[in-house]
Design a protein. Structure first.
Ligand code: HEC
Length: 209
């Protein structure tokens, strides 16, 4: 006697299997999402990984690994005083490429100015000063669309932020008009950026071949 076995799964079986696959995939996708804690505001606009939907700016944690050094300012209180701070400025390589092409920073460009204490000594090169501990970070994010009207940390084409080393998650700037822009007026003609300190932005900047 020949017994026929059907190797075809039933339609309902297939449907059940398909829904299990879908559920497993959804759970897997959910698990792959970076965990969002209570203090991380939603960021789904696609504008910038450092800007939440409500305009809150966060300090780019990876700036030392994935940004490029734009330039450094060595700052002394007076001509005859030693350097007491170093201001190291970073941005992403794409922003430099765009600046060299268009002569301006592209929408979403991020500038990080890290302020460090400085040490100095006579080295074999001369009287030398160098960065030690980081004290604060100033961050600017280019916004050419005026995305956050009424937000006091956005205006004149940029988002403005300040983070301190003892709490790098908290933007302590409250109003760019009082906290930032008056000091940037001398650089107004260059879209508020002190570009003279960043020769890498010049189209003709020499690069090793
Ligand atoms: C006391 C004056 C002063 C204040 C206040 C100030 N800046 Fe600046 N900022 C400067 C100067 C001058 C430079 C460039 C030279 C330097 O750092 O010594 C600069 C550079 C920067 C840079 C690097 C890019 C550039 O423009 O060259 C960023 C980013 C920046 N500032 C952001 C801010 C933000 C954000 C605020 C407010 C939270 C702020 N600054 C407040 C004077 C100031």
């Amino acid at each position: 006697m020949i017994t026929k076995f059907s190797h075809r799964p039933s339609v309902t079986g297939l449907a059940a299997l398909a829904s299990i696959v879908v559920i497993v995939a959804m759970v897997a996708i959910e698990c792959l999402q970076p965990a969002r804690s209570e203090d991380t505001p939603a960021n789904t606009s696609g504008f910038s990984p450092y800007v939440a939907n409500d305009g809150a700016i966060s300090l780019p944690k990876d700036y030392r690994e994935s940004f490029v050094h734009l330039g450094t300012w060595a700052v002394a209180k007076d001509k005859d005083k030693p350097v007491f701070e170093m201001h190291n400025v970073y941005t992403k390589p794409e922003a430099i490429q765009a600046y060299r092409r268009d002569g301006k920073f592209p929408d979403g460009a991020v500038l990080v100015k890290e302020i460090t204490d400085a040490d100095a000594a006579k080295l074999t090169t001369g009287e030398s000063s160098w960065s030690t501990d980081t004290k604060v970070w100033f961050v600017m994010i280019k916004d050419s669309k005026g995305r956050f009207p009424g937000n006091h940390l956005w205006g004149d084409g940029w988002g403005w932020a300040l983070f301190k080393a003892d709490d790098p998650k908290k933007n302590v700037a409250t109003d760019f008009k009082t906290d930032c822009i008056t000091c940037h007026i001398p650089a107004k003609q260059d879209d508020w950026i002190y570009t003279r300190g960043y020769p890498i932005l010049k189209k003709t900047a020499a690069a090793p071949q």
